[in-house]
Design a protein. Structure first.
Length: 357
């Protein structure tokens, strides 16, 4: 069942469109990430859903009810912002109980619910501690407990992890995702971090200049991006300008031709076209006995070896490629050595080039 529906939602600030005719259906119980670069309209769209911002035009409906003109405090949504906005002078329990107090929930029912939530966020022993004396990750959990205290039907998270260091941030991503799945609460999260979106989301909404560039499951978007913008934003990719000559072969910048499974004519691609191949799909060989059409000769220009994974930059004639592997698989790789890079035809995708405006 679709819970939240946006139809042609548009927000103009003076003459500029922050959100431009967005149509979206968010399914029940799923976690959806709004992902995109700074200024693409993610926060504005989330605030319109929350009722904190009024759309210039378009409608927001939840569970079949039109909410477009319903004020934020009557929407019954839980929210966590970048700043968390906890009350520093209050204890953990008082912070979590705050929305219940606002709703005039009876004192003993409040206590039961707070105890339940403290268990859920694994801080039962910290009920009486002022939030000013918590770690970043603990504060994060309290903010989430407070947002879900009154059992909202929709949870809205605006970059809730951006203040945390990398390691804690990764741990909290898993924690929030597991909690969201356990509660089955429909959640929308804004992030500009593609790895965070890939880790947490059932569906990613990639935004570009106020519009939706692509919606889909994380891996579908990663494997089949619809444009250069999406390909570039989601994960590392080799994106090369290519030339089509009406045959099944495509020309690389250095002049060599390769074949791809999705033949150029079948893609319907017109105008400028790019070849996308992900680094993990490029295989490296030091010796090549049977040199097929998709094998390129090059030289290792740089190696980024971080122990668990290894990325090599390969200088080919006219362009560079990045190949990803592991140190175990390629123990003899050295900078400066000649190398063959193979681009399997099935892993080569043709996509439309980014438009200039
Ligand atoms: P970030 O990741 O940097 O938070 P974002 O994708 O969330 O960015 P928004 O904050 O939604 O982007 O902003 C979208 C556009 O709307 C930007 O160009 C921004 O400058 C503009 N904008 C946002 N709020 C206002 C406002 N109150 N008045 C005028 N322009 C605004």
């Amino acid at each position: 069942m679709t819970h939240l529906t946006l139809q042609a939602v548009t927000k103009r600030f003076h003459t500029a469109y922050a959100v431009d005719h967005v149509d979206l259906a968010v399914p029940d119980g799923k976690l959806v990430c709004f992902l995109g670069p700074s200024g693409c309209g993610k926060t504005t769209l989330l605030r319109i859903i929350a009722g904190l911002e009024t759309a210039t035009s378009g409608t927001v409906a939840f569970a079949g009810r039109d909410l477009t003109h319903v004020p934020a405090n009557q929407r019954d949504f839980g929210m966590v912002f970048q700043s968390l906005a906890l009350f520093p002078h209050m204890t953990v329990a008082q912070n979590i109980a705050y929305p219940l107090r606002l709703r005039r929930v009876a004192k003993d029912a409040q206590a039961v619910r707070v105890a339940e939530l403290l268990d859920l966020i694994q801080l039962p022993h910290m009920a009486d501690r002022p939030v000013s004396r918590l770690s970043g990750g603990q504060r994060q959990r309290v903010a989430i407990a407070r947002a879900i205290a009154s059992s909202p039907k929709l949870l809205l998270l605006d970059e809730p992890l951006s203040a945390l260091d990398a390691k804690l941030r990764e741990a909290m991503q898993v924690e929030i995702r597991l909690l969201q799945q356990r509660l089955g609460i429909t959640t929308i999260m804004v992030t500009h971090d593609q790895r965070e979106a890939m880790t947490m989301a059932d569906e990613i909404v990639v935004m570009e200049k106020g519009r939706i560039a692509q919606v889909g499951k994380p891996l579908d978007i990663y494997r089949n991006p619809v444009s250069e913008f999406v390909a570039d934003f989601i994960g590392l990719g080799n994106i090369l300008p290519v030339t089509l000559d009406g045959t099944d072969r495509i020309g690389l910048p250095g002049g060599q031709q390769i074949i791809v499974d999705a033949a150029p004519r079948a893609t319907g691609a017109t105008g400028d076209v790019r070849l996308l191949i992900r680094p993990e799909d490029v295989s490296m060989r030091t010796v090549m006995t049977d040199r097929g059409p998709n094998v390129l000769a090059g030289k290792v220009a740089f190696i980024r070896d971080v122990g668990s994974s290894l990325e090599a930059t390969i200088d080919c004639a006219g362009f560079t490629l990045t190949a990803a592997t592991t140190p175990r698989e390629t123990p003899d790789l050295r900078v400066g050595m000649p190398i063959y890079a193979e681009l399997p035809p099935h892993a080569c995708k043709l996509i439309a080039a980014r438009t200039a405006h």
